[in-house]
Ligand binder design. Structure first.
Ligand code: ADP
Ligand code: RBF
Ligand code: MG
Length: 178
């Protein structure tokens, strides 16, 4: 059971750029999750179907917390917009989920929800395993630190370059929407 605090590095992954299995490219339409992210944690997570992992050829990817870029084909924009993100793949041990989920916190403030919109991910590095926590506050503190790790790690040239990855940009407008 993890407690709040504890030092961990702000930079994750080699300076020279992502190494195998990264970069991983997965995507799917944003679906309803457990309804907890925004309400309980004040950290919304856009969920995509777990099947997205097999399409991307990474169904065996280790559970844990990752960072990278996400793009959204928002109806209001002419082309997909790319944002930094941190995400969890796994069972949310703190909540003892019965299903494995893929949840992405986009590091940007949105005015509106974007359920149904096609989201594409380029995953560039592994931050940490998923933990169980002594409290909700301890989980929130760790996720806030993950956000710092993600942003800082993406600032490096060999990671920043993936912001322009064609996979993030090639979503046809309307794709993935209901
Ligand atoms: P759910 O349990 O349905 O996933 P959440 O409480 O986790 O609900 O909220 C996620 C939803 O909030 C996303 O599907 C998206 O429409 C919206 N949202 C708003 N801002 C963000 C953000 N910065 N990152 C991810 N999702 C966001
Ligand atoms: N849930 C856990 O139970 N343990 C974790 O270590 C954990 N780490 C997370 C890290 C990030 C960056 C994100 C976005 C989510 C994480 N979650 C974790 C999932 C969190 O519990 C989930 O997003 C909410 O319960 C809403 O579904
Ligand atoms: Mg969610």
């Amino acid at each position: 059971m993890r407690s709040p605090g504890g030092d961990r590095p702000l930079l994750v992954g080699p300076e020279s750029g992502p190494t195998s299995p990264f970069p991983l490219r997965v995507g799917g339409p944003v679906i309803k999750g457990f309804g907890r992210g925004s309400k309980e944690l004040q950290i919304p997570t856009a969920n995509i179907p777990i099947e997205g992992l097999s399409v991307g050829g990474c169904e065996n990817v280790e559970s844990g917390v990752y960072y990278g870029y996400a793009s959204l084909a928002l109806p209001s924009a002419p082309e997909p917009i790319v944002f930094p993100m941190v995400m969890s793949i796994g069972w949310n041990p703190f909540y003892k989920n019965k299903v494995r989920s893929v949840e992405v916190h986009i590091i940007h403030e949105f005015k509106e929800d974007f359920y149904g919109v096609e989201m594409r991910l380029v995953i560039l590095g592994y931050i940490r395993p998923e933990y169980d926590y002594v409290s909700k506050e301890a989980l929130i503190e760790d996720i806030k630190f993950d956000i710092k790790v993600g942003l800082k790690s993406l600032e490096r040239g060999a990671y920043k370059a993936f912001k322009d990855d064609p996979y993030l940009k090639t979503v046809k407008q309307g794709e993935g929407r209901n």
